[in-house]
Each structure stands twice: as structure tokens, then as C-alpha cells.
Design a protein around this ligand. Structure first.
Ligand code: AMP
Ligand code: ZN
Length: 456
């Protein structure tokens, strides 16, 4: 399996540190509001990665943090006269509901920043001991000059670093504008924690280093996020973690490109050009069409422009998949997916998660197989293989609704078969028996008439 690594700028062969087990960390939502579908594009990319790793036979331990202490949260909580926990509860609950709506598989751990203050303080302590920090006005900063590899992830030269640095207007006391805050001194009215570092709260970056290393170890396999996380967030995570442990932090850094509005602007809260999942569902769009559109609309490393047309195309693609499942009928036999299609599907996904290509192969197959079905040439074995292929693909896509055989349909086919036998059309009668078998229904002709049962 090959994955694109932002660190090297290359697609590389993927090998986890521990054989057969992938440990990955995904930057989660800032729970100050509902997540928008741009955020969900990134979370769906992570769902894709997780499902492909599982389908490749790996065990996966995935951690997604919930950023529940941050400037906007503190400000909004104070405006509502609430504690951080009271304010974020509603958005955390909404986030998990949205994950379910989009059928995003659950990670193994969802640690919250507010529940890991101790771990963050310990990590900052270690950085203090090793001489990577300084304190100004009660806030602790990371000294970037103490970490020579700074900038390697974002591939920034010194000039680029200066230009790209986000200067926090609150941070008057920094020695170098690139330096970032690890621990912020309390400001009046802010919720704070009393720690050996002083009364205050953690900066944003330190939470991901502390929580990822707690649950995954000092070195782990994959760290993901949207491309806007590369700099400075992930660059800072590397600096903090590696300065503290002296070990390589993460092997593979993977980033999803942005979801854009129709004008090609990044969808964001700040630009107010965002749509939430809830808005779309209220407008009547099927959640599975939203899932399909965000997953397959473009390769994860290409920008994707969001539009009603994209959802319409997703809708009709899903309809074709559903119809294919109906045409094949429920086939409970344990067939292997049609080998050549399966290989093309797997190869595309193993090639840096090329889902658009994989889906292309799937639809080519469906088109050809539909022709075979129409001409009556498809054997029961081929149908079973095709159904297994559809299920294999749906293990990743998770959008198809497989039909259940209903008793009335079975009774109708039995009556039709009886009519064929009465007119001595045994070929047709046999065809119906085969069709039912394909649907997992076995017939038994007794002296009291035809009985049927479901078989595996
Ligand atoms: P936030 O809640 O702002 O911390 O963002 C959560 C995740 O969504 C991060 O991984 C961001 O990189 C990602 N993200 C934010 N905006 C977009 C967008 N327009 N398209 C794709 N991902 C995004
Ligand atoms: Zn993070």
C-alpha cells in the first residue's frame, strides 16, 4: 500500500512500526459550533483511510481529539454565562450525531483537551527542562530557534516561515514572532487551571502532542488533518513532541485538500460561505448522497468544489448501485468478489486511496454486467461474485441499500413457476428455481405443494 506523505512530499510505501497494527491520530473538531461539510470532507477522508487499512487486514487504533478549550470557546462560553463543559456539550453531542448521519466509523478514542491538562503540563515541563521554552508575563512559549528542523513538514525556508507566521496579537512578549504559546496566563474572566506552570490554560498545539503520545506512544504511524493544519499546527506538534522525547514523532503525515464553495474559496466559518450537514439534510438531501459526494467527488489531495450538481450526481450514482443490488437479488452465498474487478478496486485504493479511480472501475463493471444480465448469460456463480464485489466496495463506500427478499416476492415467483410447469414450460420453471436460489431461497416440491426456505 502506498500513501502520500506530506513530510517527504512523495507517495511512499506504507509500513507500520508494529507489524499488522496501525496507530493513527486525527485532529478533531473545535467544538464551538456545528462542524461544516468542509470539516466533514476531512473527517470522511480519515474514514476512507481507516476503512481501507481495515480492508487491507490491519488492526487500527485511531485517536481523534475534541478541541474543547480555545479562544472562541472561552469567549462564547463566557457570553452565555456557562462553563466550558456546559457550552461545548451540545456541540459534542451534535458532532457524534453527524458522524452517525454520515456513517463515519468511530475511532477508538475521543480524548478531550480539558481532560488532559495534566498530560499537557507534564509535556511542557519536559520542554522547560530541556531548554526549549521561555516565560513572559506568565505565559510559556516554545522557542523555535531551539529546534533546527522546524519547517520541514511545511517545506518552508526561513523567509517563508516569517511570512507565514500567524502573529497572535495577544502575544506581545514573544522573542521571535514564529514562537508559539504552550501555556497562556489567565486573563480576567477566563476559565483557568491552577498548575505548576501558573494559573492559565494550554495553547492549542500542545493538546495534540500530549494526547496523541498518551494514547499511541511517542512514535506512531499516521497523523492526519486538513491541509490548513500543516502550518503552523502540525509543524508545531513535531517541534514540541520531538524536542521533548528526542524521538521521531510521526512516520506519515497525510492531509486532505479543502472543500471549496462554488467560487473556489475554502469553505470556512470565517468567510461565512459554509453549509452544515444539518442544513443539507433539512433541504431534503440524503445523507448517503452527501457522504458519497464528499468521498468520491475528487481524490482527497485535490480540492473539491461543492455544488448542488455534485449532490445530484451522487444521488444518481447511488441509485445505480441500489438498482444493481436489486437486479442481482439478495445472494447470501459466501462468494468471492469478481477477481479482476476486485483487483482493480483494491489496487486503486492501495495507490494513495484513489477512490475516484476505484469507483470508475466499479461502474465499468456494473455496466458490463448489466448487459450480461439482460442477455441472460450471467451464471448464478457470476451473480454471486458480482454481489460479493458490490459488498466489498460498499465496505468502503457504505451507501448501498441492499434489498431484503420479501415473502410476497417469493410467493409470486413460485406461482409463476407453477404456471410455467402447468403449461409444460420446464425451462422457464427451472430458470425461476435458479433465480430463487440466487436470492437465497431453496424450493422443495412436496406432495402438498411447493415449500421454500431461506438458505445461507
Ligand atoms: P476545526 O474544527 O476548525 O479544527 O477543523 C476540523 C478539521 O476540518 C481540520 O482537520 C481542518 O483542517 C478541516 N477543515 C477545515 N475547513 C475545511 C475545508 N474547507 N475543507 C476540508 N477540511 C477542512
Ligand atoms: Zn491537532
Amino acid at each position: 500500500m502506498r500513501l502520500h506523505n506530506t513530510l517527504s512530499g512523495q507517495v511512499e510505501e506504507f509500513k507500520p512500526i508494529e507489524v499488522g497494527h496501525v496507530r493513527m491520530y486525527t485532529c478533531g473538531p473545535t467544538v464551538h459550533d456545528y462542524a461544516h461539510i468542509g470539516n466533514f470532507r476531512t473527517f470522511l477522508f480519515e474514514d476512507l483511510l481507516r476503512r481501507v487499512l481495515l480492508q487491507q487486514g490491519y488492526r487500527v487504533t485511531q485517536v481523534m481529539n475534541l478541541t474543547d478549550v480555545e479562544d472562541r470557546i472561552i469567549k462564547k462560553a463566557a457570553e452565555h454565562g456557562q462553563t466550558i463543559d456546559e457550552f461545548t456539550e451540545k456541540y459534542i453531542e451534535a458532532f457524534f450525531e453527524d458522524l452517525d448521519t454520515l456513517r463515519i466509523e468511530r475511532a477508538e478514542h475521543y480524548p478531550r483537551a480539558t481532560e488532559h491538562i495534566f498530560e499537557m503540563v507534564s509535556l511542557i515541563d519536559l520542554l522547560n527542562e530541556k531548554g526549549h521554552t521561555y516565560v513572559t508575563d506568565g505565559s510559556t512559549y516554545f522557542r523555535i530557534a531551539s529546534f533546527p528542523r522546524y519547517g520541514e513538514l511545511a517545506h518552508l525556508d526561513h523567509a517563508g516561515l516569517k511570512a507565514g507566521a500567524r502573529v497572535d496579537v495577544d502575544d506581545y512578549g514573544k522573542d521571535d514572532p514564529r514562537d508559539f504559546v504552550l501555556w497562556k496566563a489567565r486573563k480576567p474572566g477566563e476559565q483557568s487551571w491552577e498548575t505548576p506552570l501558573g494559573i492559565g490554560r494550554p495553547g492549542w498545539h500542545i493538546e495534540c502532542s500530549a494526547m496523541s503520545m498518551k494514547y499511541l506512544g511517542e512514535s506512531f504511524d499516521i497523523h492526519t488533518g486538513g491541509v490548513d493544519n500543516i502550518f503552523p499546527h502540525h509543524e508545531n506538534e513535531i517541534a514540541q513532541s520531538e524536542a521533548a522525547t528526542g524521538k521521531p514523532f510521526v512516520r506519515y503525515w497525510m492531509h486532505a485538500q479543502h472543500l471549496q464553495d462554488a467560487m473556489g474559496e475554502k469553505m470556512s466559518k470565517r468567510l461565512k460561505n459554509f453549509t452544515t450537514l444539518r442544513d443539507l439534510v433539512a433541504e431534503g438531501y440524503q445523507p448517503r448522497a452527501i457522504r458519497y459526494a464528499l468521498l468520491t467527488g475528487a481524490h482527497y489531495r485535490s480540492p473539491l468544489a461543492f455544488s448542488p450538481e455534485l449532490l445530484k450526481a451522487a444521488d444518481s450514482a447511488i441509485k445505480r448501485l441500489d438498482e444493481f443490488a436489486v437486479r442481482l437479488g439478495p445472494i447470501p452465498t459466501e462468494a468471492e468478489p469478481t477477481p479482476d474487478v476486485r483487483k482493480r478496486w483494491d489496487d486503486a485504493l492501495k495507490d494513495d486511496l484513489n477512490l475516484p479511480a476505484a469507483v470508475g472501475h466499479l461502474f465499468e463493471f456494473i455496466k458490463a454486467f448489466n448487459t450480461r444480465l439482460e442477455s441472460g448469460k450471467a451464471t448464478p456463480e457470476e451473480r454471486a461474485g458480482a454481489m460479493a464485489m458490490l459488498r466489498h466496495a460498499n465496505r468502503i463506500l457504505d451507501v448501498v441499500e441492499f434489498p431484503e427478499v420479501v415473502d410476497a416476492e417469493v410467493d409470486r415467483l413460485i406461482a409463476e413457476r407453477q404456471a410455467a410447469r402447468d403449461r409444460r414450460d420446464f425451462a422457464r420453471a427451472d430458470e425461476i428455481r435458479q433465480q430463487l436460489l440466487g436470492m437465497g431461497i431453496q424450493l422443495d416440491d412436496t406432495k402438498d405443494g411447493t415449500r421454500w426456505k431461506r438458505v445461507r
